[in-house]
Design a protein around this ligand. Structure first.
Ligand SMILES: [Zn+2]
Length: 360
């Protein structure tokens, strides 16, 4: 079987993507070939584009599509199934098996590699670990951001933090990941849910997803802003939330999320937690004394600690009940040929929610 695909390839030395016609390899025993409908364009991929490299790479790690072909050992999906592509293994493996690496032969004779999946392509091939059978009712276009943005933001709240009803939450950065975290905080019964960002329009938009209060960090000290909205019960409390999420990954926001987590009461109640959700873009120097004195926790949340086969149906259920406005989360739709333009817009901070590639 010969499967052709149009694939966006990062050309070494240029930091640019070029869309090429390639022939995909036949699926190995554990691989799945997916004809794609849509793919998200994730902020973390910008770091990949700009990393120095000698060889071409293929990117994108969240998508929707239909199974075209499967390897002999693939049991959980069949040809014709609607699926989601993600970068986190779909479920814990009974026995560890490393995912098969994907490389593509390019027309110029070089080879392109992917980290684990590539979705900036009309058709992809991936290890079955990263292919999730789409829950019934998954929207073919909007579903494309579940495999990274939604799972990372919502998973941080559901899995890493396990937010309980009545607990207070602050979310720094209200792009696709942050808005998904806010939506999950509302589903968890959190109160208040504080959105922190630099732009009033984005903060207003966050209220559609469940933010109950907002702090504009361009107009004052964001930590003081969050503390003022969450005064403690005792005269010694300086305020702060139970769960503080950094969905950006910058040094300043990482420090602010730790500052925004409340301090504990010695011997009585431990402090709040700060979660690193956004991908860090720089080395960070931390004053760790407030963590010690406040008995706070600082926790990494990779991909929202998600188990896609368990978590994805929840997100679709929220969507179907009208409680999670996936439609509003997607603010840009472009064709594969316009990949460089949308990447440029993303870098310039001009994408309010999430951008998707229409691959249909
Ligand atoms: Zn991503």
């Amino acid at each position: 079987m010969t499967t052709s695909s149009r694939v966006a390839v990062v050309i070494p030395g240029t930091n640019k993507l070029e869309v090429m016609d390639v022939t995909l390899p036949d699926p190995g025993p554990y691989q799945v070939v997916v004809e794609q409908q849509a793919s998200g364009v994730c902020h973390s991929q910008l770091h990949q584009i700009h990393s120095p490299r000698k060889h071409p790479v293929i990117l994108g790690h969240e998508a929707t599509g239909v199974v075209l072909a499967i390897g002999s050992e693939v049991k959980h999906v069949a040809v014709g199934d609607d699926v989601l592509v993600t970068w986190v293994p779909r479920s814990p493996q009974p026995e560890y098996r490393p995912a098969a690496a994907v490389t593509l032969d390019l027309p110029d004779g070089t080879r392109a590699t992917s980290q684990n999946v590539f979705t900036w392509a009309t058709t992809t091939i991936a290890d079955e670990q990263y292919i999730v059978k789409a829950p019934p009712g998954t929207p073919k276009d909007l579903g494309s951001i579940i495999g990274c943005a939604v799972m990372t933001g919502a998973g941080a709240v559901l899995n890493s933090a396990q937010v309980k009803p009545g607990e207070s939450v602050a979310v720094w950065g209200v792009g696709g990941v942050g808005l998904s975290a806010i939506a999950a905080a509302r589903q968890s019964g959190a109160n208040p849910i504080i959105a922190v960002d630099l732009d009033d329009a984005k903060l207003e938009f966050a209220k559609r997803f469940g933010a109950t209060l907002t702090v504009n960090a361009s107009k004052g000290d964001a930590v003081e802003g969050v503390r003022a909205l969450t005064p403690g019960e005792r005269s010694t409390d300086v305020g702060g939330v139970d769960h503080s999420f950094d969905c950006i990954g910058k040094s300043i926001t990482i420090k602010q999320t730790i500052g925004g987590a409340r301090s504990g009461w010695w011997a009585e109640r431990r402090g709040g937690s700060a979660y690193l959700v956004g991908v860090p873009t720089e080395e960070v120097t931390l004053d760790v004394m407030p963590l010690l004195i406040g008995e706070k926790r600082f926790i990494g949340s990779l991909g929202g600690s998600s188990i896609p086969e368990e978590d994805f149906p929840k997100f679709i259920e929220w969507y179907q009940k009208g409680e999670f406005d996936l439609d509003a989360l997607i603010t840009e739709r472009v064709k594969l040929d316009d990949i460089n333009e949308i990447v440029h817009e993303l870098e310039a901070g001009k994408v309010a929610g999430r951008a998707i590639l229409d691959l249909s």
